[in-house]
Design a protein around this ligand. Structure first.
Ligand code: C5P
Length: 297
């Protein structure tokens, strides 16, 4: 028997970052929006824990027990006194190390899939606790939709979304390390008073109304200067998408994927074509939001 779970990618429509905390994490006001690019995680009973991965970037995915999906299976098994003997197969469509929570998606998917395979009937609250132990973005991968994440991003409040938003994602060559981007944020803000991170009310209103123009005006990412400092070429990608008619452009999370909000689906197609023609990205992907969270297929 096997179980397959589908899990969406995310874009941060607002990422307000506070000063570094004593534990090294940063308090956030993190407005997550799930987008319709998905990984699938299939779990099958096996003699021992092993991982395989398929997809265009599969060679960049670690296949040892450092993979967040493997750690998810191990954590759930440990809670129930089980051996984590499963074959985890990841069908990867979310850019790897791209700032779109692909690793977090695989962890949330593995957790939900193992819970179904092992019949462990874990409560939603306990699943969310395990997700938070695995990583700051993992709880959101489980719930999907839209949510405000506070604390280090793991404390979620669901948000209303009143319409469909059309995005283009420009995938860069190679990933960026999230800790490295936060470290660069710390370096760039050294000696500066970093304000307490607060969610933007105009942004929440734009989401609730489904108003793309208002959302475009309110998008913000405090990690963008750090990502651009580490990867200056992203400025060219942002400019190419804006010149092609995107309503707004920003770095997705810690990058290096860049996100372009567009008026509608035809406009998204035009922006994606222009981005591809510009030579400033490896590929361009279309996706609509919001998307549902981790779902057993
Ligand atoms: O929680 P996660 O494992 O995804 O975090 C990866 C790294 O990103 C952390 O080790 C930390 O360097 C940085 N981070 C942070 N503040 C957050 C979330 C992540 O500094 N709120």
């Amino acid at each position: 028997m096997s179980v397959t779970v589908r899990v969406p990618a995310k874009v941060n429509v607002q990422l307000a970052v506070g000063a570094a905390r004593p534990d090294g994490f940063h308090d956030l006001a993190n407005v997550f929006l799930a987008v319709g690019l998905y990984d699938e995680v299939t779990v099958t009973a096996a003699d021992e824990l092993r991982i395989t991965c398929e997809g265009p970037d599969a060679d960049q995915v670690p296949l040892d027990h450092t993979n967040l999906a493997a750690r998810a299976a191990q954590k759930l098994a440990a809670r129930h006194g089980l051996a984590p003997d499963v074959h985890l197969h990841i069908t990867k469509d979310i850019p790897v190390a791209g700032g779109m929570a692909g690793g977090s998606a695989d962890a949330a998917g593995a957790l939900l899939a193992c819970d179904a395979l092992w019949d462990t009937n874990t409560s939603r609250a306990e699943l969310l606790d395990i997700c938070a132990e695995l990583g700051s973005d993992v709880p959101f991968s489980l719930v999907g939709g839209a949510a405000l994440g506070t604390g280090r991003g793991e404390q979620l409040r669901p948000l209303e979304v009143g319409g469909t938003f059309h995005w283009v994602f420009a995938v860069a060559d190679g990933g960026l390390s999230t800790p490295a981007v936060y470290a660069e944020f710390d370096r760039l803000t050294e000696g500066v008073e970093v304000p307490e991170p607060l969610a933007s009310q105009p942004l929440l209103d734009a989401l609730a109304k489904g108003d793309s123009t208002a959302l475009a005006a309110a998008l913000s990412n405090d990690l963008q200067p750090a990502a651009l400092s580490l990867r200056p070429s992203l400025a060219g990608t942002l400019a190419a998408g804006t010149a092609a008619g995107a309503l707004a452009a920003l770095v997705s999370g810690s990058g290096p994927t860049t996100a372009f909000l567009t008026r509608d689906a035809p406009s998204a197609t035009k922006v994606a074509e222009a981005l591809l023609a510009s030579g400033t990205c490896r590929t361009a992907r279309l996706a609509a939001s919001p998307a549902p969270g981790a779902t057993v297929l």
